[in-house]
Design a binder for this molecule. Structure first.
Ligand SMILES: Cc1cc2nc3c(=O)[nH]c(=O)nc-3n(C[C@H](O)[C@H](O)[C@H](O)COP(=O)(O)OP(=O)(O)OC[C@H]3O[C@@H](n4cnc5c(N)ncnc54)[C@H](O)[C@@H]3O)c2cc1C
Ligand code: FES
Length: 287
């Protein structure tokens, strides 16, 4: 990091409430409700200093409307741009969906912790995503892809309600044919176009083999999914401190000041959103 960059980085940290202006550089419609937005921070110095870990999130602000926490979907190795996959689910996300390429929004962050990428190196990895949970996991998958030689076997299990709701479908169809990634997709309700597996993502555990002492698990999806996926991972003898999950809680400030995102005695925004199962087991009402 150069001198100017470190000044910008200090500024970033000095006022974590200040959103940085970011221009929308591309918009891709993924499903009826979800779009992938690519942003470029306008201030060159801030852009150069910007760094994050897979699993962290940004506070997206639409000026005059409000803010919402959104996971970063792009890999840290993608320099200069930030991708957010956003479901149109309310006030802020709805206002973002009305924006066009070239429009300016605010971004502050990155906040929270990430998946333990360095700790995972040298091991096999099992990634399990349900629905929109693929948004933060995609950052981790692409990061692993960029340093593929550092990892052993990489298995990805993806679940969605129906084929129309699978995010990044085209990209994953391509990945399915890669020899260095084992990717299995399943849907609850198939249609005529679907020739993959049918059923909940937990059903796919019958199809995979793991080396439990050498594997790290990462989970992201709707809250109801966690208990059942963890059960399957434990049946495969994965250690409790080798299983990581990203928690979604109602967040406001994103920096541990407002108290909205309490999980037991911790805050999901600063102590998480990624917790190990070992940590979650010791947090009241975590799951
Ligand atoms: C760490 C983190 C990462 C997230 N990553 C993404 C992402 O990558 N993509 C994405 O589309 N969304 C993500 N979300 C969810 C997103 O923040 C909420 O959907 C968003 O706050 C909605 O804002 P809004 O103003 O559009 O909706 P609002 O108008 O505030 O709310 C719309 C509806 O959603 C409910 N709601 C709002 N926030 C949450 C929440 N956190 N959990 C459950 N229900 C909620 C409200 O009660 C209301 O019914 C993430 C949330 C967190 C905490
Ligand atoms: S969002 Fe305010 S304390 Fe976590």
């Amino acid at each position: 990091m150069g001198v100017n960059s470190s000044i910008a980085y200090r500024e970033l940290q000095a006022n974590p409430f200040r959103p940085w202006a970011a221009r929308i550089t591309s918009i891709t419609q993924l499903t009826d409700k979800e779009r992938l937005f690519e942003f470029r921070l306008i201030d060159e110095v801030v852009r150069d200093a910007f760094d994050f870990e897979a699993g962290q999130f940004m506070e997206l602000s639409i000026f005059g409307v409000g803010e919402a926490p959104i996971s970063i979907s792009s890999a840290p190795s993608k320099q200069g741009f930030i991708e957010l996959c956003v479901r149109n689910s309310g006030t802020v996300t709805g206002a973002l969906h009305e924006k066009q390429c070239g429009d300016i929004v605010g971004l502050r962050g990155p906040f929270g912790n990430g998946f333990p990428f360095e700790e995972m190196k040298g091991h096999d990895v099992l990634l399990v995503a349900g629905g929109l949970g693929i948004a933060p996991l995609k950052s981790l998958i692409n990061h692993i892809h960029d340093e593929r030689h550092e990892f052993g076997k990489v298995t990805i299990l993806l679940g969605a309600r129906n084929p129309g709701e699978i995010l990044f479908h085209e990209e994953f169809k391509m990945w399915k044919h890669r020899e260095d990634f084992d990717l299995i997709m399943t849907v609850d309700q198939p249609d005529d176009t679907w020739d993959g597996d049918v059923g909940l993502v937990t059903k796919l555990f019958d199809k995979i083999e793991l080396d439990p002492k050498n594997t790290y698990g990462a989970i992201c999806g709707p809250p109801v999914m966690y208990r059942y996926v963890i059960e399957e991972m434990r049946k495969k003898n994965l250690d409790v401190d080798h299983i990581f999950m990203s928690f979604e809680r109602r967040m406001k400030c994103g920096i541990g000041m407002c108290g909205h995102c309490g999980v037991g005695h911790q805050y999901a925004c600063i102590d998480g959103p990624v917790f190990s199962y070992w940590e979650a087991m010791n947090l009241q009402e975590a799951m």
